[in-house]
Design a protein around this ligand. Structure first.
Ligand SMILES: [Zn+2]
Length: 584
């Protein structure tokens, strides 16, 4: 649902000025001018979340000094709920609002301002008039001291980089703005002007980066058959240790570690992030679950389809890098095996379906606790595996005529371009079935809405591969706990895995382990040396300040470490699927 559905919308002329007089103290100062008003009450709202990051973040908590001015006089502007201010505007056509936003959270989805730059994650910066989400606005940026550049996908007004136009609030809230002295370089690809804007320095090689990002852009546009933007901006924040990414319609914000570009592993991982966020400009920003746009900025927006929106994007981030030849087939298969191992070593795989994981992102994935691994899975992880399964299924069933690419392109064309709306569960399922040439009811029952163990060898077998488990013959004993050692050399339990000895025999999170069979524990990593599954241990610990003694029977460590290897004597049909799947 959208909060504006069914309500009359009015229009007004809206402009903002953003200045940074106290950038060093992490403030952005906003002045908003609205004219052409015709209503009795003007409600001004701040979104509670930012699309793409499924958590209510309460951006209004960062606002202070809110004031409203009509005809030169300050007027009352009481809050009527956590994110709404009300101004009596009867007989008034224009209002000026001022407020400050405290911006000191470093992440790709939150604003950050200091003396070196201003990053405006717009849904946490700009208030909007209720029921006017369709209104255009003008944004003027007044930089701090020597800041010389503005990087955003919002179009310039009169060729002035410091004045930008937003056609409506869905676009404004999807267009982050970077202000400062970022290093800007770019290239043209498939008719689109690409800009890479690097904040924070780093050991990146511009020429190499341009060449490789260009290849990724081309491969991704080829999946959908078109590149819908005219201008696309990569805003990259390089920190001592950084990471993460957030997709937008015509831009993305990426976090990176400034020294990571210098190693092959670090560089490949950055390219994977580029491939992921850029793929989103189609998958989720345009081809999207039906509730994800127009958005409700006041509430959670629930969908069971993040396994497609995020999981398939994770699947494509790897296979696109393979298609550019920046990964060898072996690199790629190793990445897929990591996805298998992540899922299979998570007890939550027997508890939460991937559709449930999507729906509950707001309260589970984005609010993890010490028990999350026992009860939840990641829709990124299982969604990527399902993407691989369906890709192989479609390639195999269609004898190499189609792949998952055809489904993505068809759904993009049919729903985003033709019907101009998002898709439902049933509609995406139909898309898969069209190219697989068969019903997928059982597939959905087992893997999307069910907890059936995945038959990896069935799907990999289509391409003449199978899994082997490098730990199959190990007989290591484990307590099934994770620990951390404090500065005072105390060994504290930080996680207990469901089904393990520690879980069954009652070790708790936050227990301080003191002795095993009477011997003091000094090093958690060696405390089970020489122990075997079936051994009974007397464990002494301190819980909430009191001594506790437990008898724990060790069990075999059941973790898996899969590797994907070719089957012996693959048939021509298997080799044909392999060739298509891995772009050999
Ligand atoms: Zn994503």
């Amino acid at each position: 649902m959208n909060s504006t559905v069914g309500k009359a919308q009015t229009t007004a002329n809206i402009s903002y000025t953003v200045s940074f007089p106290d950038a060093q103290a992490h403030y952005a100062d906003i002045e908003m001018h609205i004219s052409g008003l015709k209503q009795n009450n003007l409600d001004l709202k701040m979104p509670v979340w930012t699309p793409g990051s499924y958590l209510v973040r309460e951006f209004a908590k960062n606002i202070e000094g809110f004031s409203a001015n009509i005809n030169g006089k300050t007027v009352a502007s009481p809050k009527i709920n956590k994110n709404t201010w009300r101004i009596s505007s009867k007989g008034v056509s224009s209002v000026t609002i001022k407020y400050r936003v405290y911006a000191f959270e470093i992440s790709v989805r939150t604003s950050f301002v200091d003396a070196s730059h201003g990053f405006l994650s717009t849904s946490g910066i700009f208030i909007y008039p209720a029921n006017m989400l369709h209104s255009p606005s003008t944004i003027t940026i007044k930089p701090y001291k020597d800041w010389s550049k503005v990087s955003t996908s919002l179009e310039m007004v009169n060729n002035d980089p410091f004045v930008r136009h937003s056609p409506n609030y869905d676009i404004l809230f999807d267009s982050p703005i970077e202000v400062g002295n970022q290093d800007v370089f770019g290239f043209d690809a498939s008719g689109v002007k690409y800009e890479i804007c690097m904040y924070g320095g780093g050991n990146y090689d511009k020429e190499r980066l341009i060449k490789d990002v260009h290849k990724i852009v081309d491969q991704e546009a080829a999946v959908y058959g078109e590149n819908p933007n005219r201008h696309y901006v990569f805003i990259v924040h390089n920190h001592l240790r950084g990471g993460g990414g957030l997709e937008h319609l015509s831009s993305t914000v990426l976090g990176a570690s400034r020294d990571a570009f210098g190693t092959e592993k670090g560089y490949q991982s950055f390219l994977g992030l580029v491939a992921h966020e850029h793929f989103h400009l189609w998958n989720v920003k345009r081809l999207r679950p039906i509730v994800l746009g127009p958005f409700d900025y006041d509430n959670e927006n629930y969908t069971t389809n993040l396994w497609i929106a995020e999981g398939f994007t994770e699947y494509y981030q790897e296979i696109i890098v393979r298609r550019t030849n920046l990964y060898t087939p072996e690199n790629y298969l190793d990445q897929i095996a990591v996805e298998f191992n992540t899922l299979e070593n998570l007890p939550g795989k027997d508890v939460q379906t991937v559709a449930e994981s999507s729906f509950d992102a707001w309260i589970k994935a984005y609010r993890p606790n010490e028990n999350s691994n026992n009860t939840t899975i990641s829709y990124y992880n299982k969604g990527a595996i399902i993407g691989m399964m369906l890709d192989l299924e479609i390639i195999n069933d269609s004898k190499g005529k189609y792949s998952l690419d055809n489904v993505m392109r068809y759904m993009y064309t049919e729903y985003y371009k033709n019907k101009k709306r998002g898709y439902t569960d049933a509609e995406f399922k139909k898309g898969f079935e069209m190219f697989a040439g068969k019903k997928l009811d059982d597939f959905y029952k087992n893997y999307v809405n069910g907890l059936t163990p995945i038959d990896y060898n069935k799907y990999l077998g289509y391409a003449g591969y199978k899994i082997t488990d490098e730990l199959a013959n190990s007989n290591d004993a484990t307590l099934g706990i994770a620990t951390a050692t404090t500065a005072a050399k105390k060994v504290i339990v930080t996680a207990v895995t469901r089904g393990t000895a520690g879980y069954i025999d009652g070790i708790n999170i936050n227990d301080e382990l003191t002795a095993i069979d009477g011997n003091p524990i000094t090093d958690a990593s060696t405390m089970l040396n020489d122990k075997k599954p079936g051994d009974k241990l007397a464990i002494s610990l301190i819980r909430d300040g009191l001594p506790v003694n437990l008898t724990v029977t060790l069990l075999r460590n059941t973790r898996v470490k899969y590797k994907i290897v070719p089957v012996d004597n693959a048939t021509p049909a298997q080799l044909a699927v392999r060739k298509k799947w891995l772009s050999l």
